[in-house]
Ligand binder design. Structure first.
Ligand SMILES: Nc1nc2c(c(=O)[nH]1)N[C@H]1C(S)=C(S)[C@@H](COP(=O)(O)O)O[C@H]1N2
Ligand SMILES: [Mo]
Length: 206
């Protein structure tokens, strides 16, 4: 049928235009947004949530829900990539840049890594250099709506240039460290950095 052919053609054209945005080994999941959660999904009250930046910093600092919203906010619109091979294009998020939080806390000279801790006990490690210069956020909104419980609301970390397991859901604490301390998936064989363009999926990948 002409209608079907037209639709398919359009889809294909769209996909062709986006091929350069798909890291190796990934596929375009479309508008669906899969949920990947290792633990039970918590239901947290937004007004009771806070974020703490501590560890190797000059001034360990905690921001309440209210205080977070008073900081200069920022948005990300772009792609996210899960190590299970789905990528979702054009996802939009709102929150605050980690640069704002780190500037207030003041990383010490030895700080080289961070561990993002969730309220659930989930943790993930990242190089400090990957969460600075406008590449990481604490977010509370996705696609124009408050972040749902399933997707890590009220607050999640967002580091979209790395595989999405680095974007800890229900994040409550960013700890700065001098040594790289593997988190949940990293102790189960996943990569310490996780750059999708380099296909850093597992420990031992380049
Ligand atoms: N606390 C917590 N954060 C987490 C996870 C998890 O299991 N627990 N899964 C990670 C993985 S593997 C992915 S792909 C994304 C999934 O986020 P989504 O469920 O919003 O798609 O969250 C990451 N953050
Ligand atoms: Mo994932």
């Amino acid at each position: 049928m002409p209608v079907t052919r037209g639709f398919t053609g359009k889809r294909r054209a769209e996909q062709a235009g986006r091929a350069d945005r798909l890291p190796p080994g990934q596929y375009d999941v479309g508008r669906e947004w899969p949920t990947l959660t290792a633990e039970a999904t918590p239901h947290l009250v937004p007004e009771q949530c806070s974020i703490t930046v501590d560890g190797l910093v000059e001034t360990p600092t905690t921001w309440s829900w209210q205080q977070l919203h008073e900081l200069p906010g920022s948005a990300y619109e772009g792609d996210i990539h899960c190590v299970t091979t789905w990528s979702r294009f054009d996802t939009s998020f709102r929150g605050v840049s980690l640069d704002v939080l780190l500037e207030a806390a003041g990383p010490g000279p030895e700080a080289a890594y961070v561990v993002a801790h969730s309220t659930t006990g989930y943790a993930t490690n990242l190089p400090l250099a990957d969460v600075t210069d406008g590449r990481a956020w604490v977010v509370w909104e996705a696609d124009g709506k408050p972040l749902s419980d399933e997707h890590g609301g009220p607050l999640r970390l967002l580091v979209p240039h790395l595989y999405f397991w680095k974007s800890a859901k229900w994040v409550e604490r960013i700890e700065l460290t001098d040594v790289d301390r593997p988190g949940f998936w990293e102790t189960h064989g996943y990569h310490d950095r996780g750059d999708p363009w380099l296909e850093q999926r597992y420990q031992g990948d380049p």
